[in-house]
Design a binder for this molecule. Structure first.
Ligand code: PLP
Length: 382
């Protein structure tokens, strides 16, 4: 899609920023050597890699850059962390009910045996049930907790800093999947979490880039999630994708510089106006709107017709929106996230996710609302 003003699927992926693209290109042209090589040019690549590690650590409020392990994205990082945490202890690991499938699927084989406990969320807000979780933590029933910082479907936020504090106070490990938080909200305290995962293409960096933050202690040293070569101190084998890593870091530095409370408020006001317009014109049921949410995300249940019908009409009109992971047309597997939010199978087939970007303007949101309105007239039951 060339017209970014009509791209409303930023939670799926984002276009690279001009600067990130330039860095990616330059790094591919001039520092393409393998950072593990022993000749001078490879040394240059290695130096650049370590600079990226330091810069990323800085952006996330991490004092020890060695805590940063570069990966190819959040899926592989989440898979590895969840398996590691489960295998590290005989006690169960607690995982929120609304995790991304790459966390959920990694934990799935252990749910039946009780090695993984699912933390329910409040269906109005998508926030983990604090009382339940804190009783598990305080009684020492779980060895670790994993709760995503921001949900990719609804944009709902978890109180991850408080969760990290609760776990820290009881000497329990805490992991947060921050793939949707980073680049959209301030990230400088993420270093307080033991484990953090992120993905470059979610915040205007290159695809194929991501990272994993490990604790700076014995447990962090014991992590060998990907075996093979000695890259990343033996914690993630495989040749580092330096151009993608450098572009990811430059995109984050750029976005964090521009993140201001006023700008975020303006963006969420534009999104709120869009939702109000939809409510006025044909009525939608917002999901997770009773809680703090990402400023760019809106998820709702349409009043009639299957979501895919709306999506294809909108696409013809030039607008890219998504069903998120909600099943399309009430077919396929029911979405666990939507089920945790209290939606039945039929309603899941009417769910739409809209996710704007950093450059999406008030006019763009208004145009999208008008497009929805046109489609609603078309699809309304006669
Ligand atoms: N975690 C969350 C919250 C996500 O939204 C995504 C992507 O959709 C991922 C993990 C997976 O990221 P990647 O595409 O880098 O594997």
């Amino acid at each position: 899609m060339s017209d970014l003003s009509k791209y409303f699927d930023h939670n799926a992926t984002t276009p690279m920023s001009e600067e990130a693209l330039r860095v990616w290109h330059d790094t591919n042209s001039s520092l393409w050597q393998n950072p593990s090589g022993l000749y001078r040019e490879a040394g240059g690549a290695k130096t650049r890699l370590e600079e990226c590690r330091e810069e990323l650590a800085d952006e996330l409020g991490i004092d020890v850059p060695e805590r940063v392990v570069f990966t190819c994205g959040a899926t592989e990082a989440n898979n590895a962390v969840i398996r590691f945490l489960i295998e590290e202890s005989a006690k169960p690991v607690a995982i929120s009910a609304i995790e991304h499938p790459c966390v959920e699927a990694a934990a799935l084989p252990w749910i039946e045996s009780g090695r993984v406990r699912v933390i329910p969320v409040d269906p109005r807000t998508g926030v983990v049930e604090w009382e339940i979780l804190s009783s598990w933590v305080k009684r020492g029933e779980v060895s670790a907790v994993s709760a995503m910082a921001a949900n990719n479907e609804m944009g709902t936020l978890q109180p991850w800093l408080e969760l990290a504090g609760l776990c820290g106070d009881h000497e329990i490990r805490f992991h947060t999947d921050a793939a949707q938080w980073i680049g959209k909200l301030p990230a400088a305290q993420l270093g307080e979490c033991d484990f953090v995962t992120g993905s470059g293409h979610k915040f205007r960096g290159s695809k194929g880039s991501g990272f994993l933050i490990l604790p700076d202690d014995e447990m962090g040293n014991a992590f060998h999630g990907f075996v093979g070569g000695p890259q990343e101190e033996g914690r993630r084998a495989g040749t580092e994708n330096l151009p993608a890593i450098a572009s990811m870091v430059s995109a984050l530095v750029e976005l964090n510089q521009d993140l201001s409370v006023d700008a975020m408020e303006d963006c969420s006001n534009n999104r709120d106006e869009f939702e109000a317009a939809l409510m006025r014109s044909f009525g939608v049921e917002l999901i997770g709107a009773n809680a703090p949410r990402l400023w760019n995300t809106s998820m709702f249940v349409l009043p009639y017709e299957r979501n895919v019908k709306w999506l294809s009409r909108l696409s013809r009109d030039g607008f890219a929106v998504s069903t998120g992971s909600a099943c399309s047309a009430g077919k396929g597997n029911p979405s666990k996230v939507m089920a945790a939010m209290g939606l039945d199978f039929e309603a899941m087939g009417r769910v739409v996710r809209v996710s704007g970007g950093w450059d999406t303007t008030r006019e763009d949101w208004q145009e999208l609302a008008e497009a929805f309105d046109r489609v609603s007239e078309d699809l309304a039951p006669q």
